[in-house]
Design a protein around this ligand. Sequence first.
Ligand code: GTP
Ligand code: MG
Length: 371
Amino acid sequence: MAASRPPVAVVCVGMAGSGKTTFMQRINAHLHERSEEDGSTTAPPYVLNLDPAVRSVPFDANIDIRDSVNYKEVMKQYNLGPNGAILTSLNLFSTKIDQVMGILEKRCLPQENVKSIPGHIIVDTPGQIEVFVWSASGNILLSSLASSFPTVIAYIIDTPRTTENTSTFMSNMLYAISILYKIRLPMILVFNKTDVKSEDEAVEWMRDFETFQDAIRKEESEEREGSGYMGSLLNSMSLVLEEFYNHLSVVGVSAMTGDGIDDFFAAIEEKREEFEKDYKPELERRRAVAEEQKSQVREQEVSRMMKDMQDDDDSLDGRRANDDDDEDAVNEAFEESLKARYEAALRDSGGAAATARTGTAAVNYIRSSQR
Ligand SMILES: Nc1nc2c(ncn2[C@@H]2O[C@H](COP(=O)(O)OP(=O)(O)OP(=O)(O)O)[C@@H](O)[C@H]2O)c(=O)[nH]1
Ligand SMILES: [Mg+2]
């Protein structure tokens, strides 16, 4: 593998107990082996643990959220329950995202004088999936990763549990969709624990909705009298989901035995290309829109402030009735230059801090900078 291209970031998400951490351990071991085989070009993976509540991880993490945030202390200090403490820990960690990205970019992006870089960055996340996926900090972490590296979501599924019945299966698929649409990054469905139950049934349910509908009918005839509304909902959902399934890669693996891991990495390569082709331009478009919105807010801020100044001057100088044209022109030029300076000050201070300086405070700021 060429050392000149950036590694792909693989973020493992999935319901509690689906096997994320065991899967991380497996792919970590696999990639270490691979790097020993062709050691000269690809370094071992760079490993991140973002689960603050895990007691011990069965792999060496290069960056571990537990090194910077003490989950138990967060619980005590902020008087929080387990989920609140995980969320707060992630929030605290995400305030250091610049440092984290600095390290990642230094260690993982191609550089002169560095012989080999990792082919993959692998990331473990908390079992409280909603805390990670639906929080601002999760969003910050993922979008920062995706801004520097091709990023793929591995959605880990507990196959034996998920294929227990059609409604559990459908619930899990709907969850996967909600994550796909929320995160908007390429996703691989990883049917884990295939040493206990093969993924074949699940894959067939996805690929052929008639098979899924047969399974619903079978369940209904066996035990579910009176649950007709569920059956018809599941039936219609299976039709709707066909399109969604077409956009996903599906692999069956056993994190325990290592079965299917090569298929997983083949899917990662596919998704890396998809990221570059489809997702990256879209991400860049969204970033440009956000930047545009920010600069509009800045403009409005400046106009409002200039208006405030105008009002101040009008009330003070209302008595000076007949300003001549020359003076107007000078004032206009002066205001333009003030505006430019204020805009520059806003930009330099990153916007957020400076946007707080509104109204009179901003006027004072500019006036003091005139002296
Ligand atoms: N049989 C079998 N068991 C597995 C496999 N992968 C994980 N497990 C078991 O599933 C349980 C949960 O595994 P973890 O890796 O801790 O799952 P997790 O998703 O990280 O769990 P949380 O972090 O608590 O959400 C453990 O008992 C694992 O041994 C597998 O491929 N086959
Ligand atoms: Mg775990």
